[in-house]
Write a protein that binds this ligand. Structure first.
Ligand SMILES: NC(=O)c1ccc[n+]([C@@H]2O[C@H](COP(=O)([O-])OP(=O)(O)OC[C@H]3O[C@@H](n4cnc5c(N)ncnc54)[C@H](OP(=O)(O)O)[C@@H]3O)[C@@H](O)[C@H]2O)c1
Length: 212
């Protein structure tokens, strides 16, 4: 697949490396292309708008406070019809530490993203696991599940395939309105990380199919 990653933090660079190593065509978007030349030539480095334009699938992985500016840079129509994976979490900080989620009129970051990205097929995914475990997760009791949600079944199939490529069974938890729960689950992941109790942690849903 051709994949554009909008964002060059831990998530963007980890996914860019992991997905390009698995045979995908990657463009990484950033305001600072010169900081990421080490990823070339496997990954094309460009502006946010280049990543949004190049990818048939686009992954949004920027700091929540920057989302409006990033969409202004991309242009509202660029993502129409594309699969847009929202990995962001709308974190609220106090004294530089994440303490909760922003309250958003749309109900979740993913729904806000869907409102900003006109016509994109938004799937929430890659938001409930730390970047360090996002590719080929090695953890006792694993692999963890990659929870995802969205309103477009075909888009969710595409994202499930990418999860599979990265070593994650995808678990579809329903329509995009479920994104709020996934964002709160991410906050729980962060709170647990801040306790320092675990070297690694990730979520997996234990379940049995309902055959009744
Ligand atoms: N870190 C994790 O383990 C993790 C796991 C799951 C989900 N997430 C979520 O994924 C998203 C990315 O997280 P991250 O840790 O990879 O990176 P981050 O540090 O949260 O964000 C880095 C990205 O945000 C962009 N950015 C920051 N301020 C900006 C501004 N004022 N204007 C435009 N762009 C700006 C940066 O642009 P440049 O490229 O130009 O520097 C960079 O691409 C966040 O929403 C986070 O909550 C993080």
């Amino acid at each position: 697949m051709t994949i554009g990653i909008v964002g060059s933090g831990a998530v963007g660079t980890t996914l860019a490396r992991g997905l390009s190593e698995r045979g995908h065509q990657l463009t990484l978007g950033t305001r600072r292309p010169d900081d990421h030349r080490a990823l070339e030539p496997a990954v094309r480095i460009g502006a946010f708008a280049d990543a949004a334009r190049d990818g048939d699938v686009v992954i949004l992985a920027v700091r929540w406070s920057a989302v409006e500016d990033v969409f202004a840079a991309i242009g509202a129509e660029t993502l129409r019809g594309k699969v847009l994976i929202d990995a962001s979490n709308p974190l609220r900080y106090e004294n530089g530490r994440p303490v909760g989620l922003e309250t958003l009129a749309e109900g979740s970051a993913a729904q806000r993203v869907a409102a900003l990205a006109t016509g994109a097929r938004v799937v929430k995914a890659f938001n409930v696991v730390g970047a360090g475990l996002m590719v080929a997760p090695q953890i006792a009791g694993g692999p963890p599940d990659m929870f995802l949600c969205g309103d477009d079944a075909d888009a969710k199939r595409v994202v499930s395939q990418l999860c599979d490529d990265l070593g994650y069974p995808a678990l579809d938890v329903g329509p995009l309105v479920r994104a709020a729960e996934l964002e709160h689950l991410a906050m729980l992941w962060i709170s647990l990380a801040m306790t320092g109790a675990f070297a690694k942690h990730a979520f997996k849903l234990l379940r049995e199919p309902n055959r009744g």
